[in-house]
Design a protein. Sequence first.
Length: 148
Amino acid sequence: MLQHTPFMQAAIEEARKGRAAGGIPIGSVLVLDGKIIGRGHNQRVQQGSAIRHAEMDCLENTGRLVASDYQRAILYSTLSPCDMCSGAALLYGIGHIVVGENKTFQGPETYVKGRGVKVEILNDPECIAMMEEFIAAEPALWNEDIGE
C-alpha cells in the first residue's frame, strides 16, 4: 500500500509556498508510480487567474500525459477539490484522489465517488489548521476563491 504522508507533505509545502506569496494556502501534487510528477498551488491571486486552483496548477505544471498515465496517477490535494478541479480529474480519468481535509470546504466528493474515483479523506490537522487560519484572516479572499 502506498504511504500517503510524503506526498501529502509535499502538497502542504506547496500550500505554504502559495500563502507565503500572498495567495491561498492550498497545494496539490500528482503522483505516478510512487513518484511526484507534478506540483502546484493556488495562484489565483498571484497570477490574477480565474482558474488557477492548486489542482489546476498542478495539472498544468505536470504537462501532457497519455490516458493510461492519468488512470494510474493519484492526485493529492490539501483541501477537497472544488467542482472545477474535480471535473478536471474526471475528464482525465484520474482514479484516485487523496484529500488532506474537507472540514473547511467539501467539494463534490459523493459525485466523484459515484463516477468510480477512490476518494480518501485524511483529516490532516495541519491542513485543517492552515485553512482555518486563512479563512479567519482573509474571509473575503476565501469567498472569492469558492465563488461566494
